[in-house]
Write a protein that binds this ligand. Structure first.
Ligand SMILES: [Zn+2]
Length: 218
């Protein structure tokens, strides 16, 4: 069985697509019956999904490529220029992490916002830090292929709680295109994994990336 959870509903009852011609073996039939695999057919495109959720019936995963209106392909992994993430609250302030791909090199920066009680000035290495292209590519891979960002909702909102914690994730793409995700006391299925992506960079800048979200995750 696929060792992933569905980014839409969180269910782990997920089947992996099998694309192309398949020989019908007994094992394949068993896998199909058990819902571990699903046949995708023979028409293979650049943006076929990798997984199918048996619970909510949605597809996800696969290359982060979508077709433009004119039929050309848009590869999010290649076209991503900047990744900005913040989490925090009105009273404690917001921690910001920002990753940017320049013409020839990549950088990141972590800012503690107003949370100066957490801010160890001696250990903190703020300001722009260099990021190798390998690190950037790893980051991109995690964002699109491990936490399935393109399958997230744009807004996660729990209006029962006032103030509390807010977060935002903004991806800047070439051609002024953007992806924006926002949450207020509500979190995506892959929240913990998202925090784990940014936590080492915050730590490197002497900042502890804290969130109420991990407690609230099932
Ligand atoms: Zn699902």
């Amino acid at each position: 069985m696929a060792k992933v959870k569905c980014p839409k509903c969180g269910n782990r009852n997920v089947a992996e697509y099998l694309w192309g011609m398949s020989a019908f073996t007994e094992q394949l039939e068993e896998e199909l019956e058990a819902g571990h695999v699903v046949l995708g057919g023979c028409m293979i495109t650049e943006s076929d999904p990798k997984y199918h959720c048996n619970n909510c019936k949605k597809d996800f995963g696969g290359p982060p490529i979508k077709m433009n209106k004119d039929g050309s392909l848009f590869d999010y992994a290649i076209e991503t220029r900047k990744i900005s993430f913040y989490v925090g609250g009105f009273f404690g302030g917001y921690i910001n992490t920002c990753f940017e791909k320049g013409e020839s090199d990549c950088h990141y920066e972590v800012k503690p916002g107003l949370a100066i009680d957490e801010y160890n000035f001696e250990n903190n290495r703020t300001g722009k830090q260099e990021l190798s292209i390998e690190e950037w590519n790893k980051l991109i891979n995690k964002i699109y292929n491990k936490i399935f960002l393109l399958s997230w909702k744009k807004k996660y909102n729990n209006s029962d709680i006032l103030d509390g914690e807010q977060w935002g994730l903004e991806i800047q793409l070439t051609g002024k295109r953007q992806l924006n995700y926002y949450g207020s006391n509500a979190y995506p299925v892959y929240w913990r994994e998202l925090i784990n992506i940014f936590r080492p960079y915050a730590k490197n800048a002497g900042i502890t990336l804290r969130t109420n979200g991990n407690k609230m995750m099932i």
